[in-house]
Design a protein around this ligand. Sequence first.
Ligand SMILES: Nc1ncnc2c1ncn2[C@@H]1O[C@H](COP(=O)(O)OP(=O)(O)OP(=O)(O)O)[C@@H](O)[C@H]1O
Ligand SMILES: CC(=O)N[C@H]1[C@@H]2OC[C@@H](O2)[C@@H](O)[C@@H]1O[C@H](C)C(=O)O
Length: 391
Amino acid sequence: MGRRQLEIVMSEGILRVIGLMSGTSMDGIDVALVETDGEIIHRLGPAGFHPYDTADRALLRKAIATATTLTDREARPDELADAEDMVTHRHIRAIDSFLSSCQFNPGEVDLIGFHGQTVLHRPEAGLTVQIGDGQKLATHVGVPVVYDFRAADVAVGGQGAPLVPLFHRALVRAADLDGPVAVLNLGGVANVTYVESADDNVLIACDTGPANALIDDFMLKRTGIPIDRGGVHASQGKVNESVVSGLMHNAFFLLPPPKSLDRNAFDLPDLSALSVEDGAATLTEFSARAVAHIVPLLPHAPRLWIVCGGGAHNAELVRRIGANTGAKVIVADDLGWSGDAMEAQAFAYLAVRSLRGLPLTLPGTTGVAAPTTGGVLAEPAAEAELAAVAP
Ligand SMILES: Nc1ncnc2c1ncn2[C@@H]1O[C@H](COP(=O)(O)OP(=O)(O)OP(=O)(O)O)[C@@H](O)[C@H]1O
Ligand SMILES: CC(=O)N[C@H]1[C@@H]2OC[C@@H](O2)[C@@H](O)[C@@H]1O[C@H](C)C(=O)O
């Protein structure tokens, strides 16, 4: 990309952006196209998904275990270097196949928002680590890339997560919904955005607890398959109350928002005495109860919960969220949004905000003292530079 083209990208106006998200459930990479100026969502385009294979997931799990020892966010000991390389290459492949399925050339895309894979999130220690090489991605695809979205917020005392709330609010505004509404992402971890009303600025967000992470870990351990598809097992089981109340005793639930979680903040309890169905029902009820626990900590109880993320496909989890909150629950797709693509769309939107120096986080979303921008821009090497390094 030449300097002139980058100037066009940096200028005011609507950009065509690809967002990429590799979430805590480690199932794969969500890809989505958005047209936006970083304020208004002008168009939500096509979306895709590029799964990790079993070996990729095993490598990521090892990398996450290794990352617990990190004190330097740039260090890549042991499996972390291999995992970062794998993550970058899988994203390159995800973009290539997405572009060919949409029949776009890279030259028709202005910008990429690349979240990477979180391997460690300890904001209290000033550490949040997302692996994935933004510079390599930019050079390979030939499009500028914004990456490393969380570090700037953590560096000035924020939680560094969740980052999707400003995108959730833009969606709520575009749909002109009556507040208060809660947009609830059910990934490995659950996070909620509370929008008081479409036309004011009260925005509160936080992680609420595990969504699918413990369910997935339990299902993998007991059945060899890391998912309770549709919540079918949970729907046939009986909740073990003492396990749920034990899990709810975690100090995390006493904290007011904003607050965030590492994927492995909660250990899988010993459920060996329970059937697969009862174990799944118990963990599903725990996730739902954790969501409902946030309600008294919000200014008003949301009148509507809009559920997105993979957990929106788990009917039993959605049903239990309705039962625990006592409110109306709908899935994002009911509003014409894409529950599966929403996080990838959010990182496309945030990439434009980053490029334009707009805040990604607010005191109400991450606890940061003042609205804060973030992200790092990687420009593709100019043709002359590429020629110089060519073999
Ligand atoms: N059909 C389904 N039935 C039940 N659960 C499902 C279904 N499809 C996806 N899930 C769950 O959703 C999870 C993936 O959700 P998603 O892709 O939103 O998470 P993520 O983006 O990786 O995580 P996070 O949002 O925490 O970063 C899977 O781990 C799985 O447990
Ligand atoms: C540190 C990190 O990667 N956190 C993720 C995770 O997955 C869900 C929840 O925990 C949320 O806080 C965040 O992701 C979304 C995309 C966010 O930042 O809004």
